[in-house]
Design a protein around this ligand. Structure first.
Ligand SMILES: NC(=O)c1ccc[n+]([C@@H]2O[C@H](COP(=O)([O-])OP(=O)(O)OC[C@H]3O[C@@H](n4cnc5c(N)ncnc54)[C@H](OP(=O)(O)O)[C@@H]3O)[C@@H](O)[C@H]2O)c1
Length: 305
């Protein structure tokens, strides 16, 4: 099969190559999915799991990409809940070969059915951004109606999902980002916008939940904005700052079939919009994932036309 591989961590996305690889075989409880569309998060190439297995052994050449939408083509021993020919989408194991390929082996429990009226390109854009926003807001952040959320990077992949889900849950959302992202953040539902390059973050006042996708100094300054009993939720590694009278939580997104179902239901009924900036074929993926100019929105690789 055709697949994108990486072998050299120092080379970053420029080191991606389109090569021929053996088709994956399904292990116990796996399915093999014929990948129709694939999502890739730029920071993946910095994660240890891209380069080494759970015992720390080199696993290169590895196939990056951990979001997919496609069709089940084979079932492993003991696999239940999915059937051959079924449309699915979901998140694949960080430590296994991923989705920038024509086929991927995935544990069935990591996938959810993709309704027939949801395009594969849309399906592949949802798992990481949608589940991260859902888990950060509702599981780790325990968001309640009437609370306020500071959504950093509000025009980004995670941020646009955070904004939309928080608004639907009855929260007041203050988005942040670059000056050029103001209108996009407002279009996705942010009620206010802080241009981190020019506005004073501290003018926001107190908030109940900070959803951090940036880290560093922005995170430290945001921690002091969290009201008593509130939470700083971070998805960029262990938190460096803690609210004076609140929680600091960092987490890595996990697959969850029920939550994937909630997310795709909202896409179908118009409550959630995707944030796709570019769509490219697998043949053009290396160039698309090494853009020469800033792309606003996710890049999705359409593996099968
Ligand atoms: N732990 C987890 O489970 C998990 C899950 C998903 C994502 N993540 C992480 O979360 C981060 C965001 O992911 P994403 O997919 O949402 O990325 P994204 O689509 O690039 O969105 C991030 C947004 O924040 C903006 N931004 C970043 N730094 C900024 C700064 N200093 N000032 C103003 N704006 C800034 C970006 O603008 P520019 O494009 O101009 O920089 C972009 O609009 C990544 O580091 C990713 O690895 C973690």
């Amino acid at each position: 099969m055709k697949a994108i591989v990486v072998t050299d961590q120092a080379a970053g996305t420029a080191g991606m190559k389109l090569v021929e690889r053996p088709e994956p075989q399904p292990s116990i409880n796996d399915v093999v999915v014929q990948v129709c569309a694939s999502g890739f998060v730029n920071t993946e190439l910095g994660w240890p799991s891209t380069w080494a297995d759970r015992l720390g052994r080199d696993r290169t050449p590895s196939i990056p990409g951990h979001e997919l939408a496609g069709v089940v083509t084979a079932l492993g021993y003991g696999t239940t809940g999915l059937s051959i020919g079924q449309r699915v989408f979901g998140l694949t194991d960080w430590y296994r070969d991923g989705t920038l390929a024509e086929y991927a082996a995935v544990e069935a429990r990591n996938l959810a059915p993709l309704p027939g009226d949801v395009d594969f390109t849309v399906g592949a854009s949802l798992p990481i951004s949608g589940l991260t926003a859902w888990q950060g807001l509702f599981e780790h952040g325990r968001l309640q109606a009437g609370q306020s959320v500071l959504a950093h990077g509000a025009a980004g992949a995670v941020g646009t999902m955070v904004t939309q889900l928080a608004r639907e849950a009855g929260a007041y959302v203050i988005g942040t980002g670059r000056a050029t992202d103001r209108q996009k953040a407002l279009d996705f539902g942010a009620q206010e916008f802080v241009d981190l390059g020019n506005d004073a973050l501290e003018d926001v006042g107190g908030v109940d939940l900070v959803f951090d996708v940036i880290g560093g100094d922005i995170q430290k300054r945001s921690a002091s904005l969290v009201r008593a009993g509130g939470t700083l939720v971070s998805v960029v590694g262990p938190t460096e700052a803690r609210p004076a009278d609140g929680l600091a939580v960092d987490f890595v997104v996990e697959s969850d079939r029920a939550q994937l179902g909630e997310i795709v239901r909202r896409v179908r009924d118009g409550r959630l919009r995707t944030n796709i900036g570019d769509v490219a074929s697998l043949d053009d993926a290396v160039a698309a994932l090494n853009p020469t100019e800033r792309i606003s929105g996710q890049t999705i690789i359409r593996v099968r036309p």
